[in-house]
Design a protein around this ligand. Structure first.
Ligand SMILES: NC(=O)c1ccc[n+]([C@@H]2O[C@H](COP(=O)([O-])OP(=O)(O)OC[C@H]3O[C@@H](n4cnc5c(N)ncnc54)[C@H](O)[C@@H]3O)[C@@H](O)[C@H]2O)c1
Length: 363
């Protein structure tokens, strides 16, 4: 007997936390496609959205009418920030205009939840992180994938030591981003659609699995198209990541017309966790250990439900508890560094060290 407690799957808390108070006033800036997931899940969670802003006022009005009929609507986000009641600003514009809005929101004394990808440049990300610290505000990123049930369980289980030190982590996703976004001009011409705009969830998760344990030393990535895809940009990508004592792979097949699915195999010194589900995950995870029957763990919820409640809920809980949230913007920088290394590698064909400074991404 060593006296060290043996972790069990029951002790893994993967569900989003709810704040004690649901009254914190929230303002949302950017009422495009993804705001549907924000608002429908916030409404169901009972969060208090009091104002919506979009340069296209009709979009904000439509979201107000559907989800928060008592909310005020603004075409200029500065009018939303000029109110003195809003405590949390949720910013769901694209990254091209988002950092300056994040800056304005922090300077106006608000806590911020920024959509992902957080920034196109790590220096800008650090500057925003420091700005929030200087002003005593919490700055979090909507890396909602962290709370998708199959990912959240994995993240918490690895942190709890369920499989020991991670020795390999392999993820794949077969889905049809191509058909979903072929007619959307904001996405269908984005050069780094798959590795950056979509893939950031996987880089973020991977970086979190290794956080405070090992730092990646090399990244190789390739992107490509497939016959029959509708978009002009690459829809497929593959990434190899080298750690001092582990290896990882990410496989993105973004123009999959049949058999859409996603999964992972994450192995460690004490066992493994594996998953096969829908593209954005399912509910069964298998925990394998030497000398034991594999245990199937059933998780509940969905990518969007748990993800949107997870990110905003965690920010609200962190504000109540006067601590940094799990999704603090500082924690999204290591995943971005891996992603930027992959982008660089996909352009140069070289192995890129993610610890070195990298040029700004042009999406
Ligand atoms: N977390 C996720 O899983 C997830 C999923 C989808 C999209 N996203 C991210 O959300 C962001 C937005 O995506 P989308 O699909 O909603 O895009 P979209 O193009 O549908 O919407 C963007 C909205 O921002 C508005 N906007 C632009 N500039 C503005 C400004 N200065 N003030 C107020 N509003 C402004 C536009 O009018 C538009 O309504 C992107 O960064 C995308 O990567 C995240």
């Amino acid at each position: 007997m060593t006296g060290i407690p043996v972790p069990t799957s029951d002790g893994i808390h993967y569900l989003p936390r709810a704040p004690k108070s649901l009254t914190t006033p929230i303002g949302l800036i950017g009422c495009g496609g993804i705001s549907f997931q924000h608002l429908s899940n916030y409404r169901d969670a009972g969060f208090n959205v009091v104002a919506l802003a979009d340069i296209d006022r009709a979009k904000a009005e439509a979201r107000r009418d559907e989800f928060y009929p008592d909310a005020d609507v603004y075409a200029n986000y500065r009018d939303l920030l000029a109110r003195d009641d809003i405590e949390v600003v949720d910013i769901a514009t694209h990254v091209d205009v988002r950092p300056s809005i994040v800056r304005d929101a922090i300077l106006s004394g608000r806590h911020v939840l920024s959509q992902k990808p957080f920034v196109v440049d790590l220096d800008e990300g650090r500057e925003l992180v420091n700005l929030a610290v200087e002003h005593g505000m919490q700055l979090a990123v909507n890396q909602n994938g962290r709370w998708a049930p199959h990912f959240s369980f994995l993240r918490e289980a690895v942190a709890a030591g369920l499989i020991g030190e991670v020795t390999s982590a392999d993820f794949y996703v077969y889905w049809d981003h191509d058909s979903d976004f072929a007619d959307n001009p904001a996405f269908n011409s984005m050069e780094d659609l798959i590795l950056y705009d979509f893939g950031i969830h996987w880089f973020d998760l991977l970086a979190n699995l290794f956080r405070n344990r090992q730092e990646a030393t090399g990244v190789v990535a390739m992107t490509g198209s497939r016959p029959g895809q509708k978009m002009a940009v690459a829809t497929q990508a593959q990434v190899l990541i080298q750690f001092p004592a582990a290896q990882a792979t990410l496989l993105f097949r973004g123009a999959t017309k049949v058999q859409q699915r996603g999964g992972y195999e994450v192995h460690g010194t004490l066992g493994s966790l594996s998953h096969l589900g829908e593209a954005l995950g399912g509910t069964q995870i298998v925990w394998s250990r030497p000398g034991e029957e594999p245990e199937t763990i059933t998780v509940t919820g969905t990518w969007w439900l748990n993800g949107m409640r997870g990110t905003m809920g965690e920010l609200l809980v962190a504000i109540e508890e006067e601590r940094a949230p799990v999704n603090a913007a500082s924690t999204s920088l290591p995943g971005l560094a891996l992603c930027f290394a992959a982008l660089r590698s996909s352009r140069t064909g070289e192995v890129i060290d993610p610890r070195l400074p990298l040029p700004t991404v042009h999406t």
